[in-house]
Design a protein around this ligand. Sequence first.
Ligand code: ACO
Length: 331
Amino acid sequence: MSAASVVISGMGTSIPDKVVTNSDLSRVVDTSDEWIRSRSGIAERRLAGEKETASTMGAAAAEKAIADAGISKDEIDLVIVGTMSPDMPFPSTACLVQAQLGLTPVAAFDVIAACSGFLYVLETGTQLMRSGNYRNALIIGSEKMSSILDWQDRSTCVLFGDGAGAAVLSLSDTPNIGVGQILLRADGSKMDLLNMPAGGACIPPSAESVSARQHFLKMNGKEVFKHAVREMGDITLETIEKNGLTPEDIKCFIPHQANIRIIESIAKRLGVSMDRFYVNIDRYGNTSAASIPIAMWEARQKGRFGPGDNVLLTAFGAGLTWGGAIVRWTA
Ligand code: ACO
């Protein structure tokens, strides 16, 4: 880490009020609480209301993160949103967040990296901060997954949920704290495993694309599962090594919450007991880019890590994309 460290100075979340249990879903598609729990670890998820979107949830999470950082909105000079369920194809959800927060005309843009979105915005924000051109950056993971799910496809609709998490990145003169080395990876040759086929230039919206249900998320769950287990395990180990640490140096592991069995396999691979992994998939399902910041905020609230502790973040998602990061906690 360089002398000018980039730290997470504040965090916040926005979780929709509406709780939808597995039993509720068994009235929508042919599924059961037992199937969803045993295959994924999910018991319930939150679904956004009609007026809640990636931008409104993102802005609400950001307000809390700014308050948590103890700064004013005027001190934010960069907004980056990770989302795969934006309010609209353009303008970016980050621009909508910026407007809703009433920020000055600071830079705002989105990053599409699906479930790895928060790690991608963390790296983008951190490196831009290190350029010296920004004092405080808002990085947000926000998803209205319910708007891109096919509610007739039981193999996907039971797995996801809505929500947002935000963090403020700030510069600190204290060396060796905050965001460490982040590793990001992608393999676009596997784009067929998880995507939303229509709505872009390849398949522009048409009556045919709508009736073929091509505007919804499609996933080959079995294949994605295999890649997630392998790649998240590898990148977690590599991230720890590249940061000059061992698994024992990590106080709290915060994995992307896609499937409890994926998380258990990473713990086993590392030889680390599950009680050092933060898990909330049972309550929220997979909230994609919002998953890591929501889990990190909760883990911090519950005292699972504190000042000086190393926290490991790891994610995997469509692209395929994946990555790992170490944050030495400060606040
Ligand atoms: N309820 C009941 N049965 C179901 C359901 C359901 N909701 N969904 C599928 N089934 C059936 C299937 O039809 C299949 O039946 P069949 O054997 O008669 O054909 C059977 O259950 C088994 O299905 P599998 O796909 O083999 O189940 P598996 O154990 O692989 O678990 C799951 C499926 C949970 C999707 C898993 O593969 C998984 O978690 N994949 C990874 C997802 C992931 O990590 N995503 C991360 C990125 S997400 C992003 O970037 C947006």
